[in-house]
Unconditional design. Structure first.
Ligand code: ATP
Ligand code: MG
Length: 164
């Protein structure tokens, strides 16, 4: 298993700040694969990430539209929510084409489409640990994302299991 790192957000503002720090590192073709329970904060994170890329449009949860593209100052932003999709449907929709596009892709409920995610990506698992507290466990897959975590100075996560 790849190394894991952790960011403990005590408030929405801290999640927003962390998403902004990640956005500052984003390059074309970067992929963030988010998982976490309903209401964990995946969409809130995506909104903050988009804002930090200079997206001025309102970023909503794309649960029904599956994929939405935005123009940022810095990069295009592709926001996916695959909660309602099967892996087969995701393949038919050609979602994988976005991963190699000129923008940065953020996928909510990414584990559903794990087989078609690009090999290199930053996995972020958000866990609710209190009313406003969230644990964001980051698993960089690939050297590029390993460097992101190092640049952010994130401490290693020593917890157990996939996402705990
Ligand atoms: N530290 C925090 N980080 C992120 N969101 C937080 C935090 N504390 C409270 N919240 C609240 O939790 C909610 C998260 O909702 P959000 O829609 O982002 O969840 P989600 O993971 O996308 O859920 P879904 O799976 O239903 O799409 C928001 O109302 C947000 O304000
Ligand atoms: Mg959501």
């Amino acid at each position: 298993m790849a190394n894991r790192y952790v960011y403990e957000a005590a408030s929405v503002e801290e999640t927003v700040s962390f998403a902004g720090s990640l956005a500052a590192l984003a390059v074309p073709g970067a992929v963030l694969a988010l998982d976490g329970d309903l209401g964990a904060g995946k969409t809130r994170f995506a909104q903050a990430f988009a804002a930090a890329l200079g997206v001025t449009d309102v970023v909503n949860s794309p649960t029904y539209t599956i994929i939405k593209e935005y123009e940022g100052d810095k990069l295009p932003f592709y926001h996916m929510d695959v909660y309602r999709l099967s892996l087969e449907e995701a393949e038919e929709l050609g979602l994988d084409e976005y991963f190699h596009g000129s923008g940065v892709t953020l996928v909510e409920w990414a584990s559903i489409i794990a087989p078609i995610l690009p090999e290199e990506r930053l996995q972020v698992n958000i866990k609710t640990i209190g009313p406003d507290a969230r644990r964001l466990v980051c698993e960089p897959i690939g050297a590029v994302y390993e460097i992101w975590c190092e640049k952010l100075g994130l401490p290693a996560y020593e917890g157990e299991g996939d996402d705990e």
